[in-house]
Design a protein around this ligand. Sequence first.
Ligand code: DPP
Ligand code: ZN
Length: 874
Amino acid sequence: PQPIHLSDYRPPAHRVTRTELTFDLDPGATRVKARLHLERHPEREAGEPLWLDGESLVLKSIAIDGQALDADEYEQSDNGLRVHRVPEQFILDTEVEIAPSENTALEGLYQSGGMYCTQCEAEGFRRITFYPDRPDVMATFTTTVIGGRDQEPVLLSNGNPVERGELPNGRHFVTWQDPHPKPCYLFALVAGDLKKVEDHFTTMSGREVTLQIWVEEENLGKTEHAMESLKRSMRWDEEAYGREYDLDLFMIVAVNDFNMGAMENKGLNIFNSAAVLTHPQTATDATFQRVEGIVAHEYFHNWSGNRVTCRDWFQLSLKEGFTVFRDQSFSADVNSAPVKRIEEVSFFRTAQFAEDAGPTAHPVRPDQYIEIGNFYTLTIYEKGAEIVRMLCNLVGEEKFREGSDLYFSRFDGQAVTIEDFVTCMAEVSGLDLTQFMHWYRQAGTPEIDAFGEYDYANGQYRLLLRQRTPATPGQSDKVPLHIPVRLGLVGTKSGRDLPLTLDGESLGTDAVVHLREQEQEFLFTDVDEAPIPSLLRGFSAPVKLAFPYSREDLAFLLANDSDGFNRWDAGQRLTLLALDDLIAAHRNGVEKVMDSRVVDAFRVLLEEDTNDKAVLAEMLTLPSEAYIAEQQPLVDVDAIHAAREFVRQSLARELRDELLAVYRANQSDAAYEPTPEQIGQRALKNVALSYLMSIEDEEGVEAAKAQFDADHNMTDVRHALTLLVHSSRADIADPALKAFGQKWANDTLVMDQWFSLQVTRPQPDALERVRYLMQHPAFSLKNPNKVRALIGAFAGQNRINFHRLDGEGYRLLADVVIELNRLNPEIAARIITPLTRWQRFDEQRQDLMKAELERIRQEDLSPNLYEVVTKALA
Ligand code: DPP
Ligand code: ZN
């Protein structure tokens, strides 16, 4: 497979203005008729051939302006069809046959259970019909779906239904019309025996919109939270961005077999059932919040993505980065904002930093790819969102809104680029964003080394910032970035933020300094007492920042920083320093000693009377093994696990009574609600329980068992069950696990959780459990959620067992990847990720991991895996 380059972009030779489709559904032989109204692109010369993408299609007929084409008038290949000569303007009719029942890749039209559904982003539409499958071709769509009256009573597509009727042989049809021109990646079709929940929304201009969530009958009781989230999102987008919904109908469909979380098809969002269905008895708080965020995300795409779309797939972050930023802002507004930020950053610094440091590192706007399906990454999404957040902070909220208004009005109905977006922000603010654009071009995580010096005599604080971005594959030379660093100086005497004066200008007590040079000095004057700097507040830029803080400094910031995010971060840094010592002690076979400063800091936290329990829960949570690993030059899996367990158990022993008190004080019988207050309370209680269970404290074990037995809500039940299963108390865990598995045997989403919590246990039998559970009747490699729940959870979250020195963890993952290469290339290329990070481990593990990658390379690889494996072994 050959890479595609951004620099080769040209508008298409022909564009489609109207698309008329007819689907005659059949599992093994669906017929798709397409009538395309085509014309030459005004920027392209006359006489160029017509190119249509198409894969795995059986062509039945092709005609231009009613004339069937002769065999020598066109040429068909594996990836499309070329018509040698076409008029300036014409109508193309094709008919193809496809087999949804055989489609295990879950791209294009496929079957999930008894229903038909589609996934077209990025390039799935070419598996449905011959078409210029690129986002800069935007057409209106009219779609007729024909199905069995009994088997597919519900027939859905984009837009509004305009006609329906009965047909012979027990068939019926519905015709849908979508008046908004769209690229084909936003096309959707759903057919099956579905039930709906309906609601209404009145838009800001007073239009009535019907809202529908379509599910299989047994899931009718699990839609309420998604519906509420949808209405909140619609209102929020009106208020925060002035964006109104533009059709009379908005539909969401829940599908069990789905590669992604969800898809923003115009007027017909298709969701992975795991990202939309909730019920207090079956879904955890984390799922409730995830559903809220994803419903918002997909809804927000209606403007940032659909009305204004991407010119080409290199611009993917134009819609994804912006839309993630929008859903993050929404979630912060409707929940605890500091906790949302802590969660985002904690995830980002673990997972995106690792991506940036690995063999598949790429810029937020890549300049080449082999398979675009491999670029739905944390870099494109989350780093893209961090860039938009920086833009917002740079221009200020008001100008940002002005810039986004300008962007939506100027480019409505168009397919545009990242420059177009940034230019709007530059225009409204008058800022020069030329240097800022490097954020989109440069891969890798920038590192800032900061140094500070207080001059008592002159009352000055000198802050030196030095930036560098490490080399990444294909990008050895990096230029300095424009990095906004939000900061404060916390007085060591007063514990307060000191007034900031820079170059004679008074900046208040919390300010942003702009690092543009490779090295830059900032001299703060009129600093009355010795300060400790609080740097990169709120994670104001997606960078790693190092400052030579002492543990006393960090304990001080943890107690005094006015920025909630940095308080949390100070605690993390303090714990990491202690962990460093313990990791070294473990490696050197020296006795481990717990740093009393950490214990003292945690004691203060536990005794603190705070309102935000969710923040407190975050503060009490240790950095994950994955995040600790990120901080190490060479990852020692066992030492990290041992050190972290040691800290957990030491804290539990020293603070046992305080933890038990917190646990008891936060128990509640109140009816479950996914409110920020309740979620925070449960999180705090469950963190305390985790500590108690780490030492298998008798009262802790009793509490976990009681919490499981009480069966109050899934958050508490799952947490208790996980702690029991991860403990040595098989006497309690085994019957509980069995009872849980039986109770939920028919609920596929709960069974996903049942799989995950078993294979993440630290005991040495975890890998054998994975192999055993792969034979379980509820497991299937064809269902991406199951693959993620079992294989993904094991390889991603059970580090000591995945990295077993006998190489069995790697072998297991490689076996699965090889199977998935045939079944579902997109999932195969994702699930392989932990194997591609071999550079970070010791030589013995490196060799084992590389050997498995080599074994995979011997296979007949899909472009998806080919690209990832080649990069991993380069
Ligand atoms: N469905 C994916 C998302 O919403 C891709 N657009 O991010
Ligand atoms: Zn998206």
